[in-house]
Design a protein around this ligand. Structure first.
Ligand SMILES: Cc1cc2nc3c(=O)[nH]c(=O)nc-3n(C[C@H](O)[C@H](O)[C@H](O)COP(=O)(O)OP(=O)(O)OC[C@H]3O[C@@H](n4cnc5c(N)ncnc54)[C@H](O)[C@@H]3O)c2cc1C
Length: 398
């Protein structure tokens, strides 16, 4: 708890990054205002994996029990071949993550994580959450603080602006002028299946990663095991609406992307195609890894989450890095408003190399996942020989 005068923290964006920042800063005793552009706080209907590096922070914020009550602790991470169905490698998760890293590995519905963060935020004192309020501009003055302009021309003053406005952040340019995110050339197809609609042998409480040439598929249970989240990621043409997370996609497009598959994977893909929503597609974008602290802040403006460092989802850490950012930011914030700029430099200095490494590693993982020919054979051999040692990520979770 901050025993001296609290700062007024203004947060643009009420996604996972913005809400996590609100929780962290309110826990540290600051005054928090979150401005979300949409009329309601919402999250897409997809799953999210939370490594022990993230669940440890949720525990510090007293939110782990609430998240865990809605999540699943999968038994293991299982890597299989899309075509033969053969197991390529395995890493135990349940129990092992706790024993080795001091916190569990969880899979959760994004909306459930988002709802827990929102409930945790609202429980804390001196927090104001505003929906239907887009931040359209901000000015930063060393003595006066930051002044936001909202879409209805209302002005709001504070000590810090956290730009957590996502991949297509407009506020990013206050700290970093590097143009728009770049299309990776991949499309993600997602579906949520009622677990009871799957044959019993396809209901494993595991994170299963299926690897094939130019494609991979990830499936895991969420919402206490009630739903199975499935995501197919493959090279693909740009979609009609690059901003939309929910472009409808016919099942045949998914099969075309995946190619020939084994019986087990076909069973899951068929069940996904038969759900009410069917397959929903979105295009993937990222940015090059963060190059230094100056890319994460300027003056009293801090960039956080996808606004700061969008990444490919092949290490399942985008939201995790946002939660780590939020924790780091709250740790360095001063009680003296005149010291904000120095403290944001500290935040940027703590975070930039870590997120750059995760961005880089996520990209490399994509190349390994989608490998073909000799590279693919080498990958499978390495996994057979090194097993869990190759799959575990102590540098990330520890
Ligand atoms: C296929 C896929 C799988 C993934 N799996 C995982 C995973 O397993 N684990 C993991 O950790 N991460 C995963 N991620 C990454 C993760 O989803 C993102 O990194 C994370 O959701 C980003 O959150 P955010 O709050 O920064 O951005 P967003 O969720 O985009 O939120 C930004 C918010 O800001 C609002 N906003 C925008 N502009 C304004 C404005 N001007 N004023 C006010 N509000 C504004 C938006 O409406 C939105 O609510 C995955 C991503 C993909 C694509």
């Amino acid at each position: 708890m901050n025993s001296q005068s609290p700062l007024q923290i203004l947060i643009a964006g009420g996604g996972i990054a913005g809400l996590a920042t609100g929780v962290a800063c309110a826990t540290a005793g600051h005054l928090v205002r979150v401005y979300e552009r949409s009329q309601h706080f919402t999250e897409a209907g997809a799953g999210i994996q939370l490594g022990p590096n993230v669940t440890r922070i949720l525990r510090d914020w007293s939110l782990l029990d609430a998240v865990q009550a809605l999540a699943v602790q999968p038994d293991c991470l299982l890597i299989r071949d899309t075509k033969s169905g053969r197991s390529l490698g395995q890493l135990s998760l349940k129990g092992r993550a706790d024993a080795r890293y001091g916190a569990p590995y969880l899979t959760v519905h994004r909306a459930d994580l988002h709802a827990c963060l929102l409930a945790g935020l609202r429980e804390r004192a001196d927090v104001f959450c505003h929906t239907g309020r887009a931040v359209v501009n901000a000015t930063d003055d060393d003595t006066e603080g930051v002044t936001l302009t909202l879409a209805d021309d209302q002005m709001v003053q504070g000590d810090v602006l956290v730009a957590a406005d996502g991949l297509w952040s407009e506020l990013r340019s206050l700290a970093c002028q590097d143009g728009a995110p770049v299309a990776t050339g991949h499309v993600a197809y997602r579906a949520l299946i009622k677990t009871s609609d799957l044959p019993p042998h396809l209901r494993a409480s595991a994170v299963t990663v299926w690897l094939g040439p130019h494609v991979h598929v990830v499936q895991y249970p969420v919402r206490g095991g009630e739903l199975m989240n499935v995501v197919v990621i493959a090279a693909g043409e740009p979609l009609a609406d690059a901003f939309d997370w929910s472009n409808r996609a016919p099942t045949r497009a998914v099969y075309q992307a995946v190619g020939g598959v084994c019986v087990d994977l076909a069973g899951t893909l068929d069940a996904a195609g038969a759900t009410d929503n069917g397959w929903l597609a979105w295009q993937l974008f990222d940015r090059p890894p963060v190059a230094g602290p100056d890319s994460l802040y300027k003056g009293r403006v801090a960039l956080l989450g996808d606004a700061a460092h969008p990444m490919r989802p092949y290490l399942a850490q985008g939201a995790g890095m946002a939660i780590e950012d939020a924790n780091a930011l709250a740790t360095v914030l001063p009680s003296d408003p005149s010291a904000v700029s120095q403290s944001l430099f500290r935040y940027a200095n703590i975070r930039w190399a870590r997120v750059a490494r995760v961005q880089q590693k996520a990209k490399q993982n994509g190349d390994v996942f989608h490998a073909t020919g000799l590279k693919r054979l080498g990958r499978d051999l390495a996994m057979r020989m090194l097993g869990s040692r190759l799959i575990d990520q102590p540098w990330l979770y520890g």
